[in-house]
Design a protein around this ligand. Sequence first.
Ligand code: CAA
Length: 385
Amino acid sequence: MHLTETQAEIKELARNFAAAEIAPHAAQWDREAHFPIEVARRMGELGFLGMLIPEEYDGLGLDTTSYLIALEAIAAADASTAVLMSVHNSLPTQMLLNFGSEAQKERWLKPMARGEMVGAFSLSEPEAGSDASALRCQAVRDGGDWVLTGTKSWVTSGSFADVIMVMARTDAPDARRGSRGISAFIVTRDLPGFHVGTKEDKMGLRASPTVQLTFDGMRVPAANLLGEEGQGFVYAMRSLDNGRLGIAAQAIGIAQAALDASLDYAAERKQFGRPIREFEAIQFKLADMGARIAAARALLHATAAQKDRGESTTLHGSMSKLLASETAMWVTTQAVQIFGGYGYVKDYPVERLFRDAKVTEIYEGTSEIQRIVIARELYNSHHSI
Ligand code: CAA
């Protein structure tokens, strides 16, 4: 794929940073389920936490392709670091940029773009995952505040994020308005009644803390309501259109790392007197892995260009996320097979890549939800890139 000069520079910067400061430690962070907050700070200094934010709000004002290239390079080194970068850049900052007031942008978006504050996104609840609009966390207006009560789950970076975009109900329990009864709130961890709950013990992405949040009559100033009351679900869905591009890039990074490791291993590993890459059984796997990754990346970059032209990416974003995440799972499965017994132990990276790939088929909308979105969009209109 042809890259502009800026895109090539960003790719080089991200690869060098990932090789020097992330890749050497990724296995240890995974083993210890430790998130390196200092790496998030370094990403902030390099501009990786404000890539899509215009310069007037202290971001880099880059195009979507540049951002996704950087994200892929970070994910190839460590998918846990990449998910922080994806969520921060695609969800809370984009919600502030697109729907926030100037005062909110000044107070939160600018420091987030500079990487001084880390953002999180909180839509899901224990009983509301794929059926996101069934969420129950309740906000009740009381004077100059909203009072929030409820439990949110699966919050990436929720144990340390400074700013969390929380979706909660603002309709009355006896007059429910479905998805139109949901509003978005800018929540900071210093608010009284904010509690971090259980940290999940996950299969993969172990270095990225995923937590429950509990709001126990948490008082949120009315100035922290984002945009219009009742529009929070639509804001979240529009932001997830962006978020799904990030998860696709993360999945492609994981898959590329698995292919690179497999190419090296197949050249070194000898059986029956020859490097195993000389066997057709291995060659065909490597060829299919490369072809599927190239196809997923091509669709993602075409979708990024569509976004930068100002077009809706609901259809192709869901397609990109679906294709990339299923590619990552398939490619990492082949990689473990190529490594044989060595793929099943922690001495080589493919075991971690295999575990990390799985969640890309689950979060920011499962593969089943992506298929629902794709089918709906195909029924509604005929799109082409
Ligand atoms: N863009 C703009 N608006 C959208 C939209 C989009 N992509 N998708 C839906 N909407 C709007 C609809 O137009 C509708 O608006 P009106 O009321 O004005 O007509 C409203 O939102 C409700 O839409 P639906 O009727 O389609 O809602 P639904 O209840 O049928 O749900 C769904 C649709 C696609 C299944 C949705 O619930 C969904 O995406 N579920 C998956 C949830 C998800 O992705 N969760 C991710 C959690 S975050 C996470 O994982 C982050 C992390 O930490 C890594």
